[in-house]
Design a protein around this ligand. Structure first.
Ligand code: SAH
Length: 257
């Protein structure tokens, strides 16, 4: 079933190029991921088509007005209903949201979709959030100028999980986070690389051994080592879920810190 995204944005032109390139193109063109853009300006009123105003209480920056957002959402609801679809939850991108995770992406990829609200300026009038927003999602602890890149990020992550997007279906099962650990290193040709500076670089010999069990074990241990060093909290979480084998624990306990 298709995943539908209704995107409310002041900058719809940012979205088109991402839908025509790379492995995710098929997901967008086949409408497996069905993107509907809702330019907020279309729902603004007056000669100036205002979508923002100064904050009550003073302070810097502008606030996105509630009323154009309500009208945009009403138009989306009417369109969703006309298409016979269900009422999709409203997601607002915000640095104050919960960080986006691969498990949230997986859940969305299996859902009917969502309305994605891309903030601009200082953000959205809190009353719209209180009345209509179901979930706030952050990309991380830094501040962007708008929610368009977060919306594109989320849709890209969902699109690559659609059946038939990645040539090898097993490919995303190997990705970082799919098993709660970071990904292992990858190598390809040439087997012996000579850098312009003259340095020679080979490939871990186990990868050339043809021994599948050894290769799988090496990859697992690379994942464990990289994750333990860079993101120890992910090791703790995998352990708490009971996803570390005796062999994994033995390997971790012998890792130099
Ligand atoms: N005053 C806000 C920042 C507004 S940035 C604050 O301090 O929290 C303008 C818009 O960009 C936000 O409304 C949001 O939609 C988007 N945005 C910025 N940083 C983001 C992040 N880390 N994750 C998700 N969305 C972000």
């Amino acid at each position: 079933m298709a995943v539908r995204f209704d995107v409310i944005t002041l900058f719809p032109e940012l979205f088109a190029p991402f839908q025509t390139v790379g492995v995710t193109r098929r997901a967008f063109e086949s409408r497996a991921v069905d993107v509907h853009l809702w330019p907020l300006r279309d729902h603004a009123e007056g000669v100036y088509r205002r979508v923002d105003d100064r904050p009550f209480g003073g302070g810097p920056g502008m606030v996105m007005l509630v009323e154009p957002l309500v009208r945009a959402l009403q138009a989306i609801r009417a369109d969703q209903q006309a298409a016979g679809g269900e009422r999709l939850p409203v997601i607002l991108f915000s640095p104050a949201g919960r960080p986006l995770t691969q498990s949230r992406v997986q859940a969305l990829a299996q859902s009917a979709g969502a309305v994605l609200l891309c903030g601009r300026y200082e953000g959205v009038d809190q009353r719209f959030i209180d009345a209509y927003v179901d979930e706030e999602i952050s990309l991380g602890d830094y501040v962007l100028s708008g929610g368009e890149l977060p919306a594109l990020t989320l849709m890209d992550a969902v699109a690559r999980l659609q059946p038939g997007v990645l040539h090898d279906a097993a490919s995303h099962e190997q990705d970082s986070f799919s098993d709660g650990l970071l990904d292992c290193p990858h190598y390809s040709r040439p087997e012996m690389l000579t850098l312009p500076e003259g340095q020679e670089m080979g490939v871990p010999s186990v990868l050339m051994s043809g021994h599948h069990a050894h290769i799988a074990r090496w990859r697992r241990e690379q994942q464990l080592a990289i994750t333990a060093r860079r993101r120890p909290e992910l090791i703790e979480a995998a352990r708490a879920r009971g996803e570390l084998s005796k062999q994994d624990e033995h390997f971790l306990s012998n890792l130099p810190l």
